[in-house]
Design a protein around this ligand. Structure first.
Ligand SMILES: Nc1ncnc2c1ncn2[C@@H]1O[C@H](COP(=O)(O)OP(=O)(O)OP(=O)(O)O)[C@@H](O)[C@H]1O
Ligand SMILES: [Mg+2]
Length: 267
């Protein structure tokens, strides 16, 4: 008998408290390799905090997190990155005075192993990883532009490329289309599809529900640090709790209509 393959990511009774506030409360879910999990929920639901906990920037106060069966709950952020988990941030992060490509090179260089700054010499492998990551999200044309001068869409894609340059197995994206226009959202959608096609497992946090339901294989909705829904995107609009605490009647009607008509019209 062969042992079952463990999930790529397994969060078991994960909690993160700030004093009396349980920002993430006893949360459990599994993620299979190759899947796209979408996370939604009201402001302050604990979505970003969950990413902080998984990526080790702000470790869990209870529970455990396993990556392919290995306990990563107490590892340092760089160790978690080297284990194969990369993330993007809700607000733009990056070195403004460097070019886009230099930003991605930083990810490629530091993302795979521990390095010491005095030996900073970017090898062939890091250069290739950087170019591959930029091509995957479609920002090769902006490679030599100064990061601080890039438009917001390109900055978002750049953050994705920097994370991808670490060659992750799991990519966490925190509101990748926040503040973008419909046309810009389409470009990010294309990038996410390319990342998935490259075999990378994805967790997306997003308030833009059309984006979330079109890309996700499964959706989880959080509220007060807890999971109030987990299931197929198509079942979201039929869930009374989700409609009551998050979507609202109007938005869920529009989403229902979009999923019936729009999804075919918009691909
Ligand atoms: N470092 C911190 N110290 C204290 N409280 C925090 C800290 N980080 C987050 N919180 C609190 O934890 C709760 C969850 O915040 P979080 O940023 O995870 O929500 P979110 O679901 O990402 O919301 P949004 O959709 O607005 O981004 C909020 O009440 C927030 O104020
Ligand atoms: Mg957030």
């Amino acid at each position: 008998m062969t042992a079952a393959v463990p999930p790529l990511l397994s969060c078991r009774n994960v909690g993160k408290s700030f004093g009396a506030l349980a920002a993430v409360n006893n949360l459990s879910f599994d993620l299979t390799a190759g899947e796209v999990l979408g996370i939604g929920g009201p402001n302050g639901a604990g979505k970003t905090t969950l990413f902080e906990v998984i990526s080790g920037l702000n470790p869990a106060t209870s529970g455990s997190i396993l990556l392919s069966g290995r306990d990563i709950t107490r590892l340092a952020p760089e160790e978690i990155c080297h284990a194969g988990v990369a993330r993007t941030f809700q607000l733009n992060a990056g070195f403004d005075s460097l070019t886009a490509r230099e930003n991605v090179l930083v990810g490629a260089y530091f993302g795979r192993a521990n390095r010491r700054m005095p030996s900073f010499r970017v090898g062939r492998e890091a250069n290739a990883a950087a170019d591959e990551a930029m091509a995957l999200v479609g920002i090769t044309a902006s490679a030599h532009r100064i990061t601080g001068k890039l438009p917001v869409l390109e900055r978002k894609l750049l953050m994705m490329a920097s994370a991808l340059a670490t060659k992750p197995r799991l990519l966490l994206m925190d509101e990748p289309v926040g503040g973008l226009t419909a046309k810009e959202i389409d470009r990010v959608m294309q990038a996410v599809r390319a990342i998935k096609a490259a075999g990378i497992t994805i967790i997306l946090i997003e308030h833009v529900m059309r984006f979330l339901v079109q890309l996700s294989d499964r959706v989880m909705i959080m509220h007060h640090g807890e999971k109030i829904f987990e299931g197929l995107p198509g079942n979201l609009v039929n869930d009374k709790t989700v409609v009551d605490v998050y979507l609202g009647q109007g938005a869920s009607e529009r989403l229902r209509h979009f999923m019936r008509e729009g999804a075919t019209a918009h691909g």
